[in-house]
Ligand binder design. Sequence first.
Ligand code: FAD
Ligand code: FES
Length: 217
Amino acid sequence: MENFSLTTKNTLKVTENSFIITFNEKLDFIPTQFIMIETPSVVRKPFALGEWFNDLAIGVEVIGKGTAYIVEQKALKVHGPLGKGFVPPSGKGAMIATPACLAIAFDLHQRYDCDVFIGSVEKLLAEIPFEVVYGNDEFVELLESLSGYDWFYVVGSDQMEKVAFDLLRQKAPVYISFNEYMACGIGACRGCAIQTKEGIKHVCIDGPVFRGDLVWN
Ligand SMILES: Cc1cc2nc3c(=O)[nH]c(=O)nc-3n(C[C@H](O)[C@H](O)[C@H](O)COP(=O)(O)OP(=O)(O)OC[C@H]3O[C@@H](n4cnc5c(N)ncnc54)[C@H](O)[C@@H]3O)c2cc1C
Ligand code: FES
């Protein structure tokens, strides 16, 4: 874990608000580990590490000043890789994600040959190598249709993750990437604590990925 700079190779607009930023540098990381990125804000912002066609990459959904700043930069000061990362169980897996999580999806697909399904409310502006479903009803239909998988991994908004967990939990273990606010990313501020069935865990050092049934009923 260290401080370093990443220089932008390309910024691909995936939807009106979501981007994939690729970098010139390489980095060793475990899937779903994240970096904390410096912005003009006092606290750094967490972003999951991924890959996009052989380049180190992150996905960014612009929702506020920090994310708007990040997609405009040519170089970023970052700290990481952080978090435990997620090594899936054996067997065939499926990942369900939003467009901002495409870089994580590409990385997991490359490493574990899992199927990837992207749920989006916005039209995709870039070609991607995965199936996309648009709209809430279509998303629910997709989740109901999935069968024969040994594990699921879901990453996106809190609401989308809970819907997916509820619809998939009877089929196979569902792993969720939790979205708590992070100030330090290293277990020091205790700001990302969540209550689990195994006691208090910190998303930054014990996660960010947990089995959904460890946290939700
Ligand atoms: C482990 C981890 C990995 C992440 N990876 C990614 C990623 O790969 N791509 C990506 O686009 N985003 C990711 N995020 C979320 C990202 O860090 C936030 O969207 C970003 O920090 C927002 O910064 P901002 O300054 O643009 O917005 P802010 O001004 O901080 O917030 C704008 C709005 O979004 C809300 N908000 C901000 N952060 C969060 C949050 N963590 N959970 C819920 N609501 C929030 C605020 O309440 C506010 O309404 C990740 C978060 C975590 C915890
Ligand atoms: S972000 Fe500070 S303890 Fe997790």
